[in-house]
Design a protein around this ligand. Structure first.
Ligand code: PXL
Length: 268
C-alpha cells in the first residue's frame, strides 16, 4: 500500500510555497498526500506582492486533523506555516492526542503582511508549543539564528546554531545554509546529537527561489513516511529540492518558484 504523508500548512495560492508545494512533493515522491489547511496567503500584486494572510478558524483546523487521521493511518506529519497563537495552540493540542513516528517542523517564523507584534507572539508560541514535539526541525539561516541565539554567518556558526537547537530538545536538526551563506555551494547540515552530516549542491541561478524550504521539509517527510531513516531522507530531499530549483518557473513576481515535476531519483 502507498504510504501516507500528511501536512498541516498554509495555502499559498500562486502554487510556489506552503501546502501546494507539499502536496506536489508528496506525490512526486510516491506518497499519498493529505492536507489540513491552517491559513490562506494571497500575494497582493497591487502592493509589491505583500502577503495577505487569513487564518483558518482553530476549530476547523482541529476538524481537518481529526478527519485526516480518522480516514487514514498516519504516523508522519509535516508542520508548515501556522500563522497565529490560536492556530498553534490548536495544532499542538491535536498533535498531543495522537501517536507519531515523525513530526517534521519547518519553523516558518515570519510572513510579510503580519503585524510585527502578532508575529512575536506567534514565534514564541511556536517555540514553546510546537518545537518540543518536533523530531526533525528544518530552520533556515534566519530561523536558526532566532531560535538558537547564534548569529549565523557561515558554516561553523550554522553548525553551532544546530547544536544549540538540538540542546533545546529537538532530536534531528536540519539547518539550511541554502543560498544565503557565502560560497558557490548551497550547504545544509544535519545534526543528530552525535555528528554533523553536510549536504552540498552547487548554487543554481541568481534569483531568489520561493518554496525551496517547504519542498525540502516536505521531501524529508515523504521519505520518512516511506520508512527511510533521517539521514537518507535528508539526502534524497536535498537532491529533490536541488532539481526542483533547477526546474523552477519564472513568474511575474521578482522571485522564481520551485517546480517538483520530473524528479530523477538516480541523482539522489
Ligand atoms: O515559504 C514559507 C511559506 C510557507 N507557507 C505559506 C507561505 C509561505 C511563504 O510565502 O505563503 C502558506
Amino acid at each position: 500500500m502507498v504510504n501516507i504523508a500528511f501536512t498541516i500548512a498554509g495555502s499559498e495560492a500562486s502554487g510556489g510555497a506552503g501546502a501546494q508545494t507539499d502536496i506536489k512533493t508528496f506525490h512526486e515522491l510516491g506518497t499519498f498526500g493529505v492536507i489540513a489547511l491552517t491559513c490562506i496567503v494571497s500575494f497582493d500584486p497591487k502592493n509589491d506582492w505583500g502577503h495577505r494572510f487569513v487564518p483558518v478558524d482553530a476549530q476547523v483546523i482541529r476538524d481537518q486533523i481529526e478527519a485526516a487521521t480518522s480516514v487514514h493511518d498516519i504516523d508522519t506529519v509535516k508542520i508548515g506555516m501556522l500563522g497565529t497563537p490560536a492556530t498553534i495552540a490548536a495544532v499542538a493540542d491535536e498533535l498531543g492526542k495522537r501517536e507519531w513516528r515523525h513530526i517534521v517542523v519547518d519553523p516558518v517564523l515570519i510572513c510579510k503582511g503580519q503585524e510585527p507584534g502578532a508575529a512575536l507572539d506567534t514565534d514564541n508560541a511556536l517555540k514553546e508549543q510546537i518545537l518540543p514535539k518536533a523530531t526533525v526541525l528544518t530552520p533556515n539561516v534566519f530561523e536558526a539564528s532566532t531560535l538558537s541565539g547564534v548569529e549565523v554567518t557561515d558554516l561553523d556558526s550554522l553548525k553551532e546554531a544546530a547544536k544549540r537547537i538540538h540542546e533545546l530538545g529537538v532530536p534531528y536538526v536540519v539547518a539550511k545554509g541554502g543560498a544565503v551563506l557565502p560560497g558557490d555551494e548551497a550547504i545544509d547540515v544535519l545534526y543528530d546529537g552525535k555528528e554533523f552530516t553536510e549536504f552540498r549542491a552547487p548554487k543554481v541561478g541568481e534569483r531568489y527561489v520561493s518554496g525551496a524550504g517547504c519542498t525540502l521539509a516536505a521531501a524529508i517527510t515523504a521519505e520518512l513516511a516511506k520508512g527511510a531513516d533521517v539521514k537518507d531522507a535528508v539526502r534524497v530531499a536535498k537532491a529533490f529540492v536541488t532539481q526542483a530549483i533547477e526546474h523552477r518557473v519564472t513568474p511575474h513576481t521578482p522571485f522564481d518558484e520551485v517546480y517538483q515535476g520530473g524528479f530523477d531519483a538516480s541523482l539522489a
